[in-house]
Design a protein around this ligand. Structure first.
Ligand SMILES: N[C@@H](CCC(=O)N[C@@H](CS)C(=O)NCC(=O)O)C(=O)O
Length: 211
């Protein structure tokens, strides 16, 4: 049994999806980032970076393991279970290519696009223009990839699909649609229809207090 600290956010959702897909039991702990719970002293002892998700594995080899960064958590879980990550070679390299593209390019562009459109204290037209263009551009790059392959890293569903799905699930926040990227739209529907993905979405959605 592992513990997951998360909320209904693009980076959080990746971890329950992976755990559901890998059939690994977990306890989900809500960290309400809308109320600043990710900056509370107790939480900062788990993640000094003050962000969700965090994974705690008390049964890790070598003792309790606390892990942050969603892409690192996905790799850790894939290696723990031997699932959703090819063991070697070209296929494994393609998964890492997409994970790094997500973590260094697409994810930050979506996050900043959403922040400047919805959360900045004052309007910042240049930042909105820059980051919405970058979100659309990286989405277009992935659309080109998905025109050639059923999944983002090849013929099989992998942790790289889970990484990208997180931000697409919250694409409204980033002000992004699939209107001009039909291959991404096709892939999104395929991934969203997976029973494990639906179970994970239900789990994290239940963390949001109803007003
Ligand atoms: N690179 C980190 C990003 C984590 C992240 O930005 N989490 C967001 C939610 S999706 C968060 O905790 N935001 C609250 C904050 O930044 O204070 C990851 O992939 O895990």
């Amino acid at each position: 049994m592992v513990d997951v600290y998360a909320f209904a956010t693009p980076n959080s959702i990746k971890v329950p999806i992976a755990l559901e897909e890998m059939e690994l039991p977990y306890r989900l702990h809500g960290v309400n980032v809308r109320q600043g719970a990710q900056k509370a002293p107790d939480f900062l002892t788990l993640n000094p970076n003050g962000k969700v998700p965090v994974l705690v594995d008390k049964e890790a080899g070598g003792g309790r393991m606390v892990l942050t960064e969603s892409a690192a958590i996905l790799i850790y879980l894939a290696e723990k279970t031997g699932r959703l990550l090819p063991p070697r070679g070209r296929e494994r390299a393609r998964v890492f290519e997409q994970l790094f593209f997500h973590a260094s390019a697409l994810g930050p562009a979506f996050g900043q696009s959403g922040f400047f459109q919805r959360q900045a204290a004052e309007p910042q037209p240049l930042a909105i223009q820059r980051f919405s263009a970058e979100a659309r551009r990286t989405l277009g790059v992935l659309n080109g990839v998905l025109a050639e392959r059923p999944f983002v890293a090849g013929d099989e569903f992998t942790i790289a699909d889970i990484a990208h799905f997180g931000w697409f699930w919250r694409r409204d926040f980033a002000g992004v649609t699939f209107d001009e990227t039909r291959h991404v739209g096709r892939w999104y529907e395929d991934v969203a229809a997976r029973p494990a993905v639906q179970r994970a979405i239900a789990q994290v959605s239940a963390l949001v207090p109803q007003s």
